[in-house]
Design a binder for this molecule. Structure first.
Ligand SMILES: [Zn+2]
Length: 149
């Protein structure tokens, strides 16, 4: 094989691996077959810690395995190394459509809950307005958390 050809390939591989580590860290879930510490790689997260294996649960990347920071939520750094390649176009569009459907349902439920709580508040009158509002906040969160489980 000509050296030029070889260099081209290396460049492409390098470009590919750069693409694999770019992008915003998605919401993730633990998968029974792909979770735990990424002990075999030399990669460390931006905190200098051993990364963990995760599965994306977010839009068109849903189900795509990646390596990310072991810290949770806002303390998590931006380490993102994809294990799976990008999904094919039809799968990406199908996943996006499912998330849109879910979001539409969530908005409907929010609107119904708002309407129910408004009815409840007007029934109880102004005197207990504050107490009802506090209850409403907790109930709504509890209900929505329940829907996600
Ligand atoms: Zn980190």
């Amino acid at each position: 094989m000509a050296p030029g050809r070889c260099d081209d390939r290396e460049e492409t591989e390098e470009k590919k691996s750069r693409e694999m580590i770019s992008g915003q860290v998605p919401v993730a879930i633990d998968d029974i077959e792909y979770y735990g510490w990424e002990v075999d790689s030399k990669i460390k997260c931006f905190h200098g810690l051993l990364p963990v294996r995760k599965v994306a649960f977010d839009g068109e990347n849903t189900g795509r395995r990646f390596i990310g920071c072991s810290c949770e939520d806002e303390t998590s750094c931006d380490l993102l190394v994809w294990y799976d390649p990008e999904w094919p176009g039809p799968l990406k569009r199908a996943l996006q459509q499912l998330w849109t459907m879910l979001s539409t349902q969530e908005h409907k439920i929010h609107a119904e809950l708002d309407s129910l709580f408004r009815t409840l508040e007007s029934g109880r009158g102004r005197q207990h307005g504050t107490a009802v509002r506090k209850t409403r906040h907790v109930d709504r969160k509890t209900i929505l958390d329940g829907l996600r489980d």
